[in-house]
Design a protein around this ligand. Structure first.
Ligand code: ADE
Length: 239
């Protein structure tokens, strides 16, 4: 997978993409990150990328030319169309489902604005997706692009040590994950649930399934509307 990120602040990405699992992903599987300062595509003498809005009003607007030129350059040898994703608080809210959809692509291009709005022609004639990471406004799309990149890349086969761990994630199954415990079995008088020490894996799986359901019911009951519950799960809910 190739991930291109268009930004005016490329240095913001070095920490996130150069550390931990994102760093390992580039070494272990076929994923390459390419962070590009799109100012270099501006075709004017002062490398200006934004301008005042037609019709007046506050704030600046990102001009279409540098963004179109950058995307043109990044796609010129490609036959298969990439996903061109505009980071924006007006976009569809990002979900685990969207992360899984993007993880199946070969090429993603993120466009990150800062301070400004985008010229509407970018929205109408260039991008394939407009994504928000939540109902709040950031100073720019960079943090949002990092969040999405992280959640997509960790899903690529071979990136996480334990092959099946993304499947058990909170949200992947439609439920929140069950609680975890580790040594010691008693910490300052606080016990680990007995069943986890029993060695009976059938009972452990059942306990985890039930706790996962209980936790979801308590914290995120809205998630239960989106999945089909088994008869056992329906019985547990009534308990
Ligand atoms: N840019 C500014 N705020 C944003 C948000 N919530 N999601 C994605 N991009 C943004």
């Amino acid at each position: 997978m190739k991930i291109d990120i268009l930004t005016l602040f490329p240095d913001m990405f070095s920490g996130v993409l150069g550390e931990s699992i994102m760093k390992k992903a580039q070494e272990k599987v076929k994923v390459t990150f390419n962070v590009i300062d799109f100012r270099k595509y501006a075709d004017n003498k002062h490398l200006k990328v934004d301008d005042y809005p037609y019709g007046g009003g506050a704030g600046m607007v990102l001009m279409p030319q540098p963004i179109f030129a950058a995307v043109d350059d990044l796609t010129k040898e490609k036959i298969k169309k990439p996903r061109i994703i505009l980071m924006c608080p007006q976009g569809a809210t990002f979900t685990q489902e969207k992360a899984e959809e993007l993880a199946a692509e070969d090429h993603l291009i993120f466009i990150c604005g800062h301070y400004e709005g985008y010229d509407e022609r970018i929205r109408e004639h260039l991008i394939t997706d407009e994504i928000s990471i939540g109902d709040y406004v950031l100073t720019g799309g960079e943090l949002a692009a990092m969040v999405i990149t992280d959640s997509v890349v960790r899903l690529l086969p071979g990136v996480l040590g334990n092959e099946d761990s993304p499947v058990k994630d909170s949200h992947s199954s439609g439920l929140l994950e069950h609680p975890h415990y580790t040594r010691p079995a008693n910490f300052n008088g606080l016990d680990v649930p007995e069943v986890l020490l029993s060695g009976n894996h059938k009972n452990i799986d059942l306990w985890r399934e039930k706790e996962s359901l209980r936790r979801t019911l308590k914290r995120r009951p809205d998630m239960l509307d989106k999945i089909k519950l088994s008869d056992q799960q329906k019985k547990w809910i009534k308990e």
